[in-house]
Each structure stands twice: as structure tokens, then as C-alpha cells.
Write a protein that binds this ligand. Structure first.
Ligand code: NDP
Length: 453
């Protein structure tokens, strides 16, 4: 059988581009990649990168309030969304160009159009060109999902927020996950009046209970209108374009805009995977084994389209492992067990390993925890508190989980993840001399457990 390419990648996001570059430049494979929208994918174009820049943008009013306490004559006037947005999109254009340039420099042929699968070795481009490849990699990511009955009303998902020409004066965020919580803090920081409805008892389901409670309390203390045990039952578009939202408590409130952060689904619709007999799960994600291989031996998938751990660095690792395994001499796969992550709320939340609740399911635990007002903001008279928590195996002392809520939690958890990944024990933490004065020194200064089984 002759092939046009050794590898055809569908999707130019983090996972697809990494796989394409490694297969081509390190293993000499002949590689092509098709992207229908913009190179860089969710992370670069409408996810992590613009979100983090918005986190920075939204942090200045608070920084100015602190600056005043430190003696500066400083204050934030109105936030100019248009000016920020222009610079933001110029930056995204720059990053997109780098993505494309790096892929081409690695020898990857790029097609700026949609591709779909015709059979286990054939893809068809939007212009009708058919190409044959020894291997096909599906790296099409995911897309925001809105409950059926609220579609077609013009409500936003995170995608629309990045593109809007004007910020609303008031917004309702629906959901209690990463995206809802991050945007609640971002938009509140930008001066938007924010309400957030979450249907469950506490936001950030799946995270450690203490972390969830601490983040929720900090968000509410800032003035974010977070309402748990509250879901949207009816949404009406008013003649003036605003929204009237009725919730499960019977309240009817009006908002300039509503943003659904109610989860994401794998981008597999219309991809032709059924033509090749590729198995999808009930949510439409490609079912793969630990080698990212689907039930069709020539078709692999990495990243959010597989709905494993939906984070950019995981997709990159999966893409790299796939390329090394299939085209190189080194076979390896990603360990999804100990993936650290951060939620960029204000303050941030960082986590690695098991929550106290999950750790207790596997055996007896000892829990160390501290919460305090950090020096910098306490000086400015602010009541905000940080939280550090270590969940340890009671008998061996191994740190099974580390949970931090602090302004720099994303940075801290990256380092803590190394120790937790190396199976550090509480004794290892205790042996480490504190770096003073820092927030993170408390991680090595917690003496007595707050709870022991
Ligand atoms: P999540 O799955 O994190 O959260 C979805 C939220 O929507 C949950 O609170 C869920 O409630 C709620 N929900 C789901 N369906 C409904 C419904 N029908 N009605 C009302 N509420 C509903 O999804 P996100 O959209 O926040 O984020 C998607 C993924 O993107 C994340 O899981 C993460 O992997 C990734 N991400 C990572 C970031 C980071 O690393 N900082 C930032 C942003 C995204 P319930 O809990 O009850 O199910």
C-alpha cells in the first residue's frame, strides 16, 4: 500500500502540533496536519493563554488598592476593554504564527482547512483532496457545551467572551467548574457585576473539600454573587437584548449577558470517524488505550478529544508519547495519575494528588492544614486568607495530596508536584528548611495534624 504521508494529524492544537513536530523532526516521518480554524487550538486561541492574560488584566484594581496602603498615590480608573482586547488579539496572532512556523520548520505540511476521515488510512480535505496516511492522529480537542434548552438565545460560552467588542455591565455565569470560577473572578476584577449559579452544594466538584470551601469563601468575600444549590430553570431574551433568568429558588433576575460554563464535549461530530469504525464513548470522545490508540489500529487520538485529563500539558505529553512510540525507538505512555493543576481564581487554587476524601478511601490518613492572612495583603488591611494542606498516609507519612489556595498557587503547586511525584513523606517536608518570609514556607512548617484517622 502506498501512502502520501506516514502521519496525518487532524487538529493544530497543543497535542496535534507536538505529535506532528516530534514525528517529523525527531523521527523523520513524513507528516501533514490540517487545521480548520487557527493554529494553536483552544489553549492558545480561546483558552489558557487569553484567559491568563485576562487574569493579569483583572488583577490591577486590587494591586492598586494594595499600592495605596503601601504609600503610593495609585488608583485604577475605568478598564478599557477595547484597548486590552486589541493587544490581546495581537498577542494571539503572534503566538499563532509561531505555532505554524515551528510546525513548518519541523518539516510538517500544513493544510488550513477541515479534514475528515474517510477510512482507516484516508482523509479528505474540505477542497475534496484525498490523502492516504499510514497513521491518522485525531487531535481535534473539545468545544463548550450548553444545555439544549438554552441554546439559540445568544448566551455566551467562553469562546464568545474572548471575541466580544464590549464587556457587559452584569453577567450570570452558569456552572461551578474551572471555567465558571475563573471567569467569575476575572470579570469581577474587570468591574463587571457577577452572579454565579452552581447546581451543587459546593463549587469545583472533584477537588479537595477544604480547597473548595476556601475558594468559595474568598470569591464571595470579594463580592462575587456566588449562589450554590441554585440552577437555571428558565432563560428569556428580553426585547432590549438583556436576559431574564429564573432559578430553582424561584428568583427572576435580569443580566446583560449569560455565560454557560457547563462543561465541554469532544470535537468528533462530522469527523467521519464512524466511516472508519472508530469507537466513541457515550459523550462522543474517542476511546483509546494507554498508547492513545483507538480500536482501529491505524487511528490514534490525543488531548481533549479523548476526554481523559483535559489539560494542555497532558495533551502535549500524549502527543509526544504517541510520536516517540509509533515513529521512534522509545515506547512510553503518559501516567495520568499525578497531574497537578491550577484554577486561576483570585486567589488561585493549586492541587496535586488525592483530595482528603479520596485518600481516605484508600486507607488511614493524617491531614495537615493551615490558613492565614499573608503578609503582603494583611499589611494592606485585607482579610484574604491563604490555605495549605497536606494529605498524608497515616502510617508511612507519604504525601498523597497537596492543596494550596494562595495568590501564587499555580506556581507553588508545580514545585510541590515534583516532591509528591517522588513520593516525598511528611518527614521530607519537615526536614526542608523554610525560606523566610514566604507564603510557601508554611508547607514545611506544619507540625501537628489537624485530623488523624
Ligand atoms: P467542568 O467540567 O470543570 O465544569 C462544568 C460545570 O458545569 C460543573 O460545575 C457542572 O456541575 C456544571 N454543569 C454541567 N452540566 C450542567 C447542566 N446541565 N446544568 C447546570 N450545570 C451544569 O467544565 P468547564 O467548562 O469549567 O471546563 C472544562 C474543562 O476544561 C475542565 O474540566 C478542565 O479540564 C479544562 N480547563 C482547565 C483549566 C485550567 O487548567 N486552569 C481552565 C479551564 C478549563 P457538576 O459539578 O454538578 O457536574
Amino acid at each position: 500500500m502506498t501512502f502520501d504521508y506516514d502521519l496525518f494529524v487532524i487538529g493544530g492544537g497543543s497535542g496535534g502540533v507536538r505529535a506532528a513536530r516530534i514525528a517529523s523532526s525527531e523521527h523523520g516521518a513524513k507528516v501533514a496536519l490540517a487545521e480548520e480554524y487557527r493554529m494553536g487550538g483552544t489553549c492558545v486561541i480561546r483558552g489558557c493563554v487569553p484567559k491568563k492574560l485576562m487574569v493579569f488584566a483583572s488583577s490591577y484594581p486590587d494591586a492598586m488598592r494594595q499600592a495605596q496602603a503601601y504609600g503610593w498615590d495609585a488608583r485604577c480608573k475605568a478598564f478599557d476593554w477595547t484597548r486590552f482586547r486589541t493587544t490581546l488579539h495581537a498577542e494571539l496572532d503572534r503566538l499563532e504564527a509561531i505555532y505554524a512556523r515551528n510546525a513548518e520548520a519541523a518539516g510538517v505540511t500544513l493544510f488550513a482547512q477541515r479534514a475528515q476521515v474517510v477510512d482507516p488510512h484516508t482523509v479528505e480535505l474540505a477542497d475534496g483532496t484525498r490523502l492516504r496516511a499510514r497513521h491518522i492522529l485525531i487531535a481535534t480537542g473539545g468545544a463548550p457545551w450548553i444545555p439544549q434548552k438554552f441554546r439559540d438565545l445568544g448566551a455566551w460560552t467562553s469562546n464568545e467572551l474572548f471575541l466580544t467588542e464590549e464587556l457587559p455591565r452584569s453577567i450570570l455565569l452558569v456552572g461551578g467548574g474551572f471555567i465558571a470560577c475563573e471567569f467569575a473572578c476575572i470579570l469581577h476584577g474587570m468591574g463587571v457585576e457577577v452572579a454565579q449559579y452552581y447546581r451543587g452544594a459546593q463549587i469545583l466538584r472533584g477537588f479537595d473539600e477544604d480547597l473548595r470551601g476556601h475558594v468559595a469563601a474568598e470569591m464571595a468575600a470579594q463580592g462575587i454573587g456566588l449562589q450554590v444549590d441554585t440552577d437555571l430553570v428558565d432563560l428569556e431574551r428580553l426585547p432590549d437584548g438583556r436576559f431574564a433568568a429564573t432559578d430553582t429558588r424561584g428568583a427572576r433576575r435580569e443580566f446583560d449577558q449569560v455565560l454557560f460554563a457547563t462543561g465541554r464535549v469532544a470535537n468528533t461530530e462530522g469527523l467521519g470517524l464512524e466511516n472508519a469504525g472508530v469507537r466513541l464513548n457515550a459523550n462522543g470522545a474517542v476511546v483509546v488505550d494507554e498508547w492513545s490508540q483507538s480500536n482501529v489500529p491505524s487511528i490514534f487520538a490525543v488531548g481533549d478529544v479523548t476526554d481523559r485529563v483535559n489539560l494542555t500539558p497532558v495533551a502535549i505529553r500524549e502527543g509526544h508519547a504517541f510520536a516517540d512510540t509509533v515513529f521512534g525507538a522509545k515506547k512510553w505512555h503518559v501516567d495520568h495519575a499525578l497531574v497537578a493543576s491550577a484554577v486561576f481564581t483570585r486567589p488561585e487554587a493549586g492541587t496535586v494528588g488525592l483530595s482528603e476524601e479520596d485518600a481516605r478511601k484508600r486507607g488511614a490518613v493524617a491531614v495537615y492544614m493551615t490558613a492565614f492572612r499573608p503578609m503582603q495583603t494583611a499589611f494592606a488591611g485585607q482579610q484574604s486568607r491563604v490555605m495549605m494542606k497536606l494529605v498524608c498516609d497515616r502510617d508511612s507519612g507519604q504525601v498523597l495530596g497537596c492543596h494550596i489556595v494562595a495568590p501564587c498557587a499555580g506556581e507553588l503547586i508545580q514545585i510541590a508536584a515534583i516532591a509528591v511525584g517522588m513520593k516525598a513523606t511528611k518527614a521530607d517536608f519537615d526536614r526542608t528548611i523554610a525560606v523566610h518570609p514566604t507564603i510557601s514556607e508554611e508547607l514545611v512548617l506544619m507540625r501537628d495534624p489537624v485530623r488523624t484517622d
